[in-house]
Design a protein around this ligand. Structure first.
Ligand SMILES: CSC[C@H]1O[C@H](OP(=O)(O)O)[C@H](O)[C@@H]1O
Ligand SMILES: Nc1ncnc2[nH]cnc12
Length: 276
């Protein structure tokens, strides 16, 4: 681990933020850290700073120059690096498409379920020496979700509480038929990065909370031209001015001591690896 500023102790943080498309920086007055993990380096050097009285680590999921497409993001390295810095609670802003007309661009959703439609992405830390099967019935931290929802309400950004995020392999967007099928299942949102990020956080006993900003109505919902990357980035950029302070408020309001089930998910398991 190397750091750009001289510190006598190792840099550490308690809360991690993984920025998505259009969310490439977060903190002021940062220490920048280059970390190697058993899974290679994270998407970018991690920046650590103080925010709302908390120590926060930030990593841009796609890299600050958006060089990693969703299927090439080093998800394991990102989560491992955050945990190795002391992070135990993770906030995950993400740009998503909507599968429901009532949730138009600019809607903030804190989903409570996900459906994995990715293929071939490494999605576990436990792939040799012992079989580890974790419960994933409720993929997100209940306390993180509640904290996010109440911070959004306080900020007058009426959030949608719950919904199902379907995660596609990408990097292409969905066809209209796929999109209509997702909507017909009753799923709410579509994205490309929510899996395996959430399950890898669970495997490291981290709290993980998705913050989904709707940037578009997906192809089968709006009979227009179809979604474009430019549209996603434009709408995200229009909303980043209120998303950043909201993430800061959530950071400030996350509990210091975790009373949710997340810290205990590995209890009694004989792990084949030592967690950082
Ligand atoms: C920029 S277009 C599609 C891209 O945007 C979303 O990224 P993220 O979840 O990191 O905000 C979506 O999942 C795709 O990766
Ligand atoms: N319509 C969409 N499909 C998949 N990922 C997205 N990210 C933002 N909008 C999206």
């Amino acid at each position: 681990m190397s750091s750009s500023s001289s510190t006598s102790t190792s840099p550490s943080a308690e809360i991690g933020v993984i920025g998505g498309s259009g969310f490439y920086s977060f903190l002021d007055d940062v220490t920048e850290i280059e970390i190697e993990t058993p899974y290679g380096p994270p998407s970018d050097p991690i920046t650590i700073g103080d925010l709302g009285g908390r120590r926060v680590a930030f990593v841009p999921r796609h890299g600050r120059d958006h060089r990693f497409p969703p299927h090439r993001i080093p998800y394991r390295a990102n989560l491992w690096a955050l945990r190795s810095l002391g992070v135990r609670q993770v906030l995950a802003p993400s740009a998503v498409g909507s599968l429901a007309t009532q949730y138009g661009p600019g809607t903030l959703v804190v989903p409570d379920q996900l459906v994995d439609r990715t293929s071939g992405r490494p999605q576990t830390f436990y792939d040799e020496a012992a079989a580890i099967h974790l419960s994933f019935s409720d993929p997100y931290c209940p306390t993180g979700r509640d904290t996010a929802l109440s911070a959004a309400r306080t900020a007058d950004w009426a959030p949608v509480d719950g919904g199902t995020l379907v995660v596609i392999e990408g990097p292409r967007f969905s066809t209209r038929a796929e999109s209509r099928w997702f909507a017909a299942q009753g799923w709410t949102l579509v994205g490309m990065t929510g899996h395996p990020e959430a399950v890898l956080a669970r495997e490291l006993a981290l709290c993980y909370t998705p913050l989904c900003l709707v940037t578009d109505l997906d192809a089968g919902i709006e009979e227009g031209e179809g979604v474009t990357m430019a549209e996603v980035l434009r709408v995200f950029t229009e909303n980043i001015g209120r998303l950043r302070p909201l993430v800061a408020d959530i950071v400030a309001n996350l509990p210091i001591d975790r009373t949710c089930p997340c810290p205990n998910v590995l209890d009694g398991m004989k792990l084949p690896i030592t967690l950082p």
